[in-house]
Write a protein that binds this ligand. Structure first.
Ligand SMILES: [Zn+2]
Length: 422
């Protein structure tokens, strides 16, 4: 460790209270889908305060419609945007870096499963509690202050650094994609997703779909005269489960060989019916299915359609009234990369300087915004982030020391990757 690096790390430590305070202020803003405005305002104000004024980058479906990475969604992008602060280089000779984090969070419902209010940040026993604390507002605070700490310690950087706070990560990745298409990219991309201080080298593909069933409503005095759209979903879901098992049993990339059940189907939304004494005429469910890197998205769509059709064939009503399958939201393909690539090796070196040993490899069974950079940019990216628990569940929490550890590692990374200017 050089004396300059030590000075930067000491500055990160001196900023610890501000980093955690900023994390908590972000957690206070309930930035679920479509409600990100107040969190974006907190982020924008903070970046301005840190001397890193951001640009607002909208998501324009008209501009992105033809992009192979764009995921059509049924909701509007009117008035919604991402924030990107681009810090120019102070000289030459370094490699550029980009930190990306998302501000959108998933719903905390059902809220009565929480011990404290999900949007009232609570610090207890070294953990920060709240929806989004881990996924991933603590990481956003860490990455922002890592850059600030370098400047605060009195250094410039010999390559440009970009800070991105995006929306739409939890549903499709269109936020990160819009920033990529707006021209933001770098030699190295780091995302502090809460998988811990690891080198993230693989993620699966992920897609969303929905299936609509039609039935015939009637009074319960003669249910046989009707067709229960809710019950018609049972064989369809069972068929999709068989598809999931088949896909897990197939040939898989080496990175995934040691993982028990890497591909997961989730039925996450179910709507149908409105009266206990009426046979429901309509029902729909929404699902998420993952697939191995190397498998093209259209191929998985076809398999889902086939699984639904197969179930429909063996039911006389469904055979005559075929369920409708639609795809929206995530259509992200998976990827793998080597931890020996320069960006990852440099980050590992930073981790080793701080912790005394190599960072572990993380093989992910979900997706992240790395997709936008891996498939549509030049950047080599990885996730290295805080330690969190119960993300997407009740009582989400993030370990406070781990947020600071990310800030230290990122600050050190900037020094070694971008090179310091006095
Ligand atoms: Zn996340």
């Amino acid at each position: 460790m050089t004396t300059a690096e030590q000075r930067i790390l000491a500055t990160v430590d001196a900023l610890a209270d501000e980093i955690i305070d900023f994390s908590a202020r972000l957690v206070s803003e309930p930035s679920t889908l479509g409600n990100e405005a107040s969190a974006l305002r907190v982020m924008e104000d903070e970046l301005v305060r840190l001397g890193l004024p951001p640009e607002r980058v909208p998501i324009d479906p008209a501009v992105l419609a033809e992009h192979p990475g764009f995921a059509p969604v049924p909701w509007s992008y009117q008035g919604r945007y991402n924030l990107v602060a681009a810090r120019p280089a102070d000289g030459q000779g370094g490699r550029s870096a980009l930190f990306n984090g998302h501000l959108d969070v998933v719903s905390p419902a059902p809220v009565d499963f929480w011990e404290t209010d999900p949007f009232t940040p609570v610090i207890r026993d070294g953990w920060l509690y709240g929806r989004g604390a881990g996924d991933m507002k603590g990481g956003v605070a860490a990455m922002s202050y890592a850059l600030h700490a370098v400047e605060r310690a009195g250094f410039g950087l010999r390559a440009p650094v970009t800070l991105e706070a995006v929306i739409e990560e939890e549903c499709c990745g269109n936020g990160a994609l819009a920033c990529r298409e707006a021209g933001y990219d770098a030699d190295a991309v780091l995302i502090p997703e809460p998988f811990g201080p690891t080198l993230y080298t693989a993620q699966v593909g992920v897609l969303w779909f929905k299936v609509r069933m039609r039935g015939v409503s009637c009074h319960v005095q003669a249910t046989a005269a009707g067709a229960n759209a809710i019950e018609k979903s049972y064989p369809i879901i069972a068929s999709l489960r068989r598809l999931e098992e088949a896909m897990n049993a197939e040939e898989r990339p080496a990175a995934y060989r040691a993982i028990q059940h890497p591909l997961n189907l989730n039925i996450g939304i179910f709507n149908g019916g409105d009266w206990p004494s009426t046979v429901p005429a309509a029902a729909e469910f929404h699902g998420r299915l993952s697939f191995f890197p190397g498998t093209p998205y259209p191929e998985v769509c076809e398999r889902i359609r086939a699984a639904v059709a197969e179930a429909a064939h063996s039911d006389p009503w469904l055979a005559d009234n075929p369920p409708v399958v639609e795809f929206y939201g995530f259509r992200s393909e998976g990827h793998t990369l080597s931890r020996e690539l320069p960006a990852l090796a440099t980050l590992n070196g930073c981790h080793r300087s701080l912790i005394g040993q190599d960072a572990e490899t993380y093989i992910s069974t979900c997706t992240t915004d790395l997709r936008a950079f891996h498939f549509f940019g030049k950047g080599v990216g990885t996730c290295y982030g805080p330690v969190a628990e119960n993300i997407h569940g009740a009582n989400e929490r993030v370990n406070i020391d781990s947020i600071l550890q990310v800030a230290r590692a990122y600050a050190l990374f900037l020094a070694r990757w971008c090179h310091l200017a006095e």
